[in-house]
Design a protein around this ligand. Structure first.
Ligand SMILES: [Zn+2]
Length: 568
């Protein structure tokens, strides 16, 4: 019998990405593509029996900062452990190309400050043997485990044309034309679009604003118009202004205008619940909904994770909106501990941290502040409990329980809480909306503070299995076909004959993200958090098995995905 398939995945439950009901069946793969579905008995070079587990398109992580990491880690760990088969770097205006030798330092300084990556790791890990965007893509394409569909970053483009002036002033008409040429060249070579960032807090390590912050609306519209002219690519934009309610309308209005004038999809950042303005997300969601109802392809992104802050009373920023609490963080430890014992100070802390009604990013919800790590063994039995629970056990009020426990632990007690996305009821509604893109992993960034690689496993495990926010079919659609459609990855995101064989096999009964762990595996011996997954059995990239039970098979089947509409 002749060999019909390179790979045959037998006995799966196929969630095909369209949102249609899942069904039992086999997937036949040949030449990197899905060739047949159904009950397949042909001969195959490799057969994987999956015994009723879910088979779906590989997940597409559209919000990553893996630009540098991919150069030393072609698997894009930890993303590849969570069923991600394609990553999109180059978000938030930050990218590593184009770059002349004199631009490199400024580019790295942006990554260091905005995305919290250590300079020593970047210096050692980024080989800089490119100048132009096409050269950078060729470099990336040399060895990849996952597929990469990068965006061009506004900061690099601006710096290339304007040098250090990019951080200081608006561009001239001539400079904008030269930036347009660079975007044209990059998109023709395979960039999937363009990203920009006007977040007012985003600075370089040297304190200068990142270049894209100096761009006028006209400049942004002009650069996005290149995508319209080429009829290809998407625009990702972050302005950091959506937390300010009176700026919301202006910002979202501009995002919509960008989509309308360029004729290309816009992905804007982001819809989240905030304790200081607990209903603002509803306004954002309504505005997104009405733009899409008018046929404007302007999509908000959202996060399946809570933004957790870990802190001790030696170093806490979560209380920065509460004056007495904030003041305490600048006092030497011993004196600070004494003040925490002082009844008058404690009364002030109680008022600000519990009773005061003034707006604060800290929720004042002590049932949402968790004790995560004890310094003293005798307190270990309290780990993972909320301060509210601990207060009940200790028969104290929450402020006394929190401060006394911290004092007994020499201020080393570790807690965790979230200022954004902390209200699960709100987050469930945001995730459930058919208009939101679920992601925002920031993979490759904020390396020692946070690990968001597992947004997909968290979405499937926590929100879908445990909280039942939607069906697995609908969840898979949001993680695959919806993303592929918006980013123009038209041969991915569905399990159908003719599509690229990017697949993930997972167990819907057990899939979830694991607790992040600190490892020392970055260039220059730097540390980062990694995150494993549970319930992800196999990932397949372009028809080749990339991981089995979280282990790399040794294959490097990934590539830089060209623009299909341009015949690349
Ligand atoms: Zn970002």
């Amino acid at each position: 019998m002749p060999v019909e398939y390179d790979l045959l995945i037998k006995g799966g439950r196929i969630y095909d990405g369209s949102g249609m009901p899942s069904y039992l069946g086999d997937v036949g793969v040949r030449g990197g593509k899905i060739v047949e579905l159904g009950r397949l008995n042909g001969k195959a070079r490799q057969v994987i029996n999956v015994d009723g587990l879910a088979v779906s398109p590989g997940f597409i992580d559209f919000h990553t900062h893996l630009d540098a990491q991919l150069l030393w880690d072609p698997l894009a760990t930890s993303s590849c452990w969570h069923g991600v088969t394609t990553v999109i770097p180059g978000n938030c205006g930050l990218a590593l190309a184009p770059a002349r030798p004199q631009d490199r330092q400024g580019i790295l300084q942006s990554f260091v400050r905005v995305e919290a990556m250590p300079m020593s790791a970047l210096k050692e890990g980024v080989p800089w043997d490119w100048t132009t965007y096409p050269e950078y893509l060729r470099k990336l394409d040399q060895r990849l485990g996952v597929n990469v569909a990068p965006l061009m970053g506004h900061c690099a483009v601006r710096q290339y044309v304007m040098g250090e002036d990019a951080c200081a002033r608006a561009a001239t008409a001539d400079e904008i034309e030269r930036m347009k040429d660079l975007v044209r060249e990059g998109v023709r070579a395979g960039a999937r679009g363009f990203s920009t960032n006007q977040n007012p807090v985003h600075m370089r390590e040297d304190g200068r604003p990142i270049p894209s912050r100096l761009a006028t609306e006209e400049e942004i519209l002009a650069l996005a118009s290149v995508l319209g002219e080429l009829n290809c690519g998407s625009v990702q934009i972050s302005q950091g202004s959506l937390g300010v309610s009176n700026e919301t309308e202006k910002s979202i209005g501009f995002f919509n205008r960008l989509a309308q004038e360029s004729g290309r999809p816009v992905i804007w950042q982001s819809i989240a619940h905030r304790w200081d303005q607990p209903d603002l997300w509803r306004t954002h969601l309504k505005m997104a909904e009405s733009a899409l109802a008018e046929g404007i392809p302007s999509y908000p992104l959202c996060n399946a994770r809570l933004f957790n802050n870990r802190f001790t009373l030696k170093n806490a920023q979560v209380f920065d909106d509460l004056p007495t609490w904030k003041q305490m963080m600048f006092i030497p430890f011993e004196q600070r501990a004494q003040l925490f014992r002082n009844p008058e100070v404690r009364a002030k802390l109680r008022f600000e941290g519990l009773e005061d009604k003034r707006s604060s990013r800290f929720s004042r919800r002590w049932d949402l502040v968790y004790f995560i790590k004890a310094a003293n063994a005798e307190h270990q039995y309290l780990e993972r409990k909320s301060v509210a629970e601990i207060a009940r056990l200790r028969k104290q009020d929450v402020i006394d329980a929190f401060l006394d426990l911290s004092l007994e632990e020499g201020l080393e007690a570790q807690f965790q809480t979230s200022s954004t996305n902390g209200d699960e009821v709100a987050v469930a509604e945001i995730l459930r909306s058919p208009f939101t893109l679920v992601g925002q992993s920031d993979a490759g960034a904020h390396l020692i503070y946070d690990a968001g690689y597992g947004y997909a496993t968290r979405f499937l495990g926590y929100w879908i299995r445990e909280r039942n926010v939607m069906s697995v079919e609908e969840g898979v659609r949001k993680l695959t076909f919806m993303v592929a459609s918006i980013f123009g990855l038209h041969d991915r995101g569905l399990v159908r004959p003719g599509m690229a064989a990017d697949l993930v096999v997972f167990d819907p009964e057990t899939v979830c993200d694991s607790e992040p762990e600190m490892v020392t595996d970055l260039p220059a011996g730097e540390k980062r958090l990694v995150q494993k997954a549970q319930g992800v059995k196999t990932t397949v990239v372009n028809g080749q098995v990339l991981t089995e039970d979280g282990q790399h098979t040794g294959a490097f089947p990934g590539r830089v995905l060209g623009n299909m509409s341009m015949g690349l």
